[in-house]
Design a protein around this ligand. Structure first.
Ligand code: GDP
Length: 140
């Protein structure tokens, strides 16, 4: 299995509760390496652009408001089959459906304030990484 990259966001509900380290530890314990990381405050335009695929969904406005409600930590994660590995440790979108031991089961407050984002395909990972990072900010 090849070493690949995925894109992660530690969302505002987690930074507000000072969980950046705890979430990152769960990612690292799952075999993922943080090869780039920065704490930012997303602009409305960035959040709308990032979640453009969800534009038609009824919760789009709330989701954008939530993502700009506090700082987030955007990260590039590297590991064997990184997209799948990260999705596994994240758990289901709705924390009520997430497996024990996953990040969302452990920390998420709701289906919206669900602590982490993770890319759902290698193709989307590449697009999402390029949305927030220049190649020379990813150090390996
Ligand atoms: P993910 O890939 O597991 O993050 O899930 P999706 O791509 O389906 O949704 C993107 C994000 O939108 C989720 O992580 C949630 O923060 C939010 N979201 C998803 N479904 C709902 C919903 O029914 N209501 C609200 N308010 N937010 C939602």
């Amino acid at each position: 299995m090849a070493t690949t990259r995925t894109f992660s966001i530690i969302k505002p509900d987690a930074t507000r509760r000072n969980l950046t380290g705890a979430v990152t530890k769960m990612l690292e314990d799952a075999g993922l390496r943080v090869v780039a990381s920065k704490r930012i405050r997303m602009t409305r335009e960035q959040a709308e652009g990032f979640y453009a695929v969800h534009r038609e969904r009824p919760f789009f406005g709330e989701l954008v408001d939530f993502m700009i409600s506090g700082p987030v930590v955007v990260q590039v994660l590297e590991g064997e089959d990184a997209v799948r590995r990260n999705r596994e440790v994240m758990g289901a979108t709705n924390p009520n459906d997430a497996d024990e031991g996953t990040i969302r089961k452990t920390f998420a407050e709701s289906i919206e304030a669900n602590t982490v984002h993770g890319s759902d395909s290698d193709e989307n990972a590449a697009t999402e990484i390029a949305f927030f990072f220049k190649e020379d900010e990813i150090t390996g």
